[in-house]
Design a protein. Structure first.
Length: 317
């Protein structure tokens, strides 16, 4: 277990992504995945109020509702750390103060909890003054509706501005950053965010940790993803350099007797200030490879191999 940044939130070094709940996993399958995750030592669950509004027939909030029904079935959640996000739900777009409060109340109701452990500003809203948004998050915290504040999909400049506003007003500082970061997408995180993260004690919780499944090795050609649910997400990773990363992962994983996903996540977990990469599982069978990353320590040589091959991937990916 490790702490998220400067918070008191102690988490397993892998976060279970809730984006599949209500999308590629129905409620029964999602509950089974959540049960298996906890049984395997996990306690950190990441979702968003907009999951999964993109699915025909959905309206947003399906993932939170499924997690909420699972929590209700368990009858306890003190052993869990639940993070959810605001700004992109179809009914709660943006980060105006009124919207942030209304969205948080809706998330609390769907999750069936008294407080959200980690509340993320999902996407920057430049149409709303940052001072208004920061104050709204602080208001939720002082009201006891959220415990800690975190930022996702913000530019480094805006993260620094948020921190500056919070410091100037004596508000609680963000404790975590959720960037797009993995072996085939190291930029812009490493050049633009890493120093800011280090200076401010932020915990890093990367999303697309497995590049939407590309780093599991199951997609070796474009034909492999044709017609799949994640086709739009995975397609951008297909470059010669990206496939070279998968090949190196394959070599190391074969030698260690683990799956490619395990090795890819272990590389992320070894990076400075990374607390818990986010990975999703559509089925229970996909979980062991994810959970195994917590106990896999890559050697300096293995890390160097992965560093070298991934550094060749075009930054635009």
């Amino acid at each position: 277990m490790t702490l998220i940044g400067t918070s008191d939130l102690e988490v397993f070094p892998l976060a279970l992504g809730g984006n599949t709940f209500g999308w590629t996993s129905d409620e029964r399958e999602s509950h089974a995945v959540l049960d298996a995750f906890v049984e395997g030592g996990g306690n950190f669950i990441d979702t968003a109020d907009m999951y999964s509004a993109w699915v025909p027939g959905n309206s947003g909030g399906e993932s939170e509702t499924i997690i909420g029904s699972w929590i209700a079935r368990r009858g306890a959640h003190d052993d869990l750390v639940i993070g959810t996000k605001v700004s992109a739900h179809p009914q709660f777009m943006g980060l105006s103060a009124a919207n942030v409060v209304a969205a948080a109340d809706a998330s609390l109701a769907r999750l069936g909890v008294d407080a959200i452990d980690l509340y993320w500003a999902h996407y920057d809203d430049e149409s709303t003054s940052l001072e208004e948004t920061v104050a709204a998050f602080e208001g939720l915290r002082t009201a006891g509706k959220i415990r800690h504040i975190a930022l996702s999909n913000y530019s480094a400049t805006r993260v620094a501005e948020w921190i500056g506003i919070a410091q100037a007003h004596g508000f609680a500082l963000p404790v975590a950053l959720q960037p797009h970061y993995n072996l085939v997408a190291r930029e812009p995180y490493e050049s633009e965010f890493a120093a800011l993260v280090e200076a401010n004690g932020l915990g890093v919780v990367p999303y697309f940790s497995l590049a939407a499944g590309f780093l599991t090795g199951k997609y070796r050609t474009r034909e492999d993803i044709a017609g799949k649910a994640r086709e739009g997400q995975v397609g951008g990773y297909f470059t010669d350099e990206g496939l070279a990363v998968v090949s190196t992962l394959d070599d190391i994983s074969t030698a260690r007797g683990v799956e490619l996903a395990t090795t890819a996540l272990a590389w992320l977990q070894a990076q400075p200030n990374v607390v818990a990469p986010i990975a999703s599982a559509r089925t229970v069978e996909q979980l062991p490879a994810l959970l195994a990353a917590a106990s896999l320590s890559l050697t300096p040589d293995e890390l160097a191999q992965l560093d070298a091959v991934s550094a060749r991937v075009p930054a635009a990916v």
